[in-house]
Design a protein around this ligand. Sequence first.
Ligand code: NDP
Length: 281
Amino acid sequence: MAKIIDGKAIAAQIKEEVKNGVEKLAAQGHTVTLAVIQVGEDPASCVYVRNKKKTCAQLGIQSISHELAEDISEEGLLALIGELNQKPEVDGILVQLPLPAHISEKRVIAAIDPKKDVDGFHPYNCGALMTGEKGFLPGTPAGIIQLLKRSGIGIDGKECVVVGRSNIVGKPMAQLLLMENATVTVAHSHTRNLAQVTRRADILIVAVGKPKMITGEYVKPGAVVIDVGIHRMENQKLCGDVDFDDVSETAGAITPVPGGVGPMTIAMLMANCLESRRMRL
Ligand code: NDP
């Protein structure tokens, strides 16, 4: 049976470190502030936003909520972002995605001051990641690097396969693994013989958005398997992109869903908010 990589426990460590950092700044009279913008009332977005605000409160980070009507115009949203960019007390601006179809996510992300882009989605921060400059890293892939390191799993020289090439998970994940000196393969929906490719991996990272797609036959015995997917099944339980029960028989270590990658994403967002305040002192 595979060892379980406990994302909840590792995220708790990181959050404790952030909380200590926030307290130190508070003692010097500085508050860390995250502005959270939600457009409409998509149920999944409501859950994510609630969790982020709750975590802010636990760590002593001030969150300012902007709940906007579903039919707000793109100009209206851009104007709000413009105001928040100008406010010196705001360290991070988070726009919960997805946005309604009439608003361009690209334009909205590009409007955020890169120095307040704590989600790490702005083209400036994406570019910084590519060239190895300092910038905000997106929470999910940065969290996965922390999960691996803090579990004592070496990355240097390993064969890593990332399944999925989205801008928020797959691509930045591949780049971060490359920076850690892994040999990286990125697979996607046009990849031929996917199982043959994934079976090369010492570390397999799965972000396909398909419930339980990755079964034991995709995994080399002893490999580390990181499951990014989150899906709610008909019985209301959560599952990942990996068939946990089947893959646990083959893998050496595996992240569960829930309690794997998910908690790390929020923890890294909080770390970015703290870092943003430190940078503007
Ligand atoms: P996207 O839908 O943006 O990307 C999915 C990727 O998987 C695409 O690159 C696609 O390829 C590839 N893909 C789809 N089907 C196959 C297939 N049959 N074989 C190989 N590759 C395939 O998803 P995201 O990256 O945004 O998210 C992935 C999953 O992670 C989702 O379940 C999402 O909910 C979850 N998630 C979890 C987070 C967390 O905090 N735990 C954070 C973000 C996401 P192509 O490019 O060719 O279309």
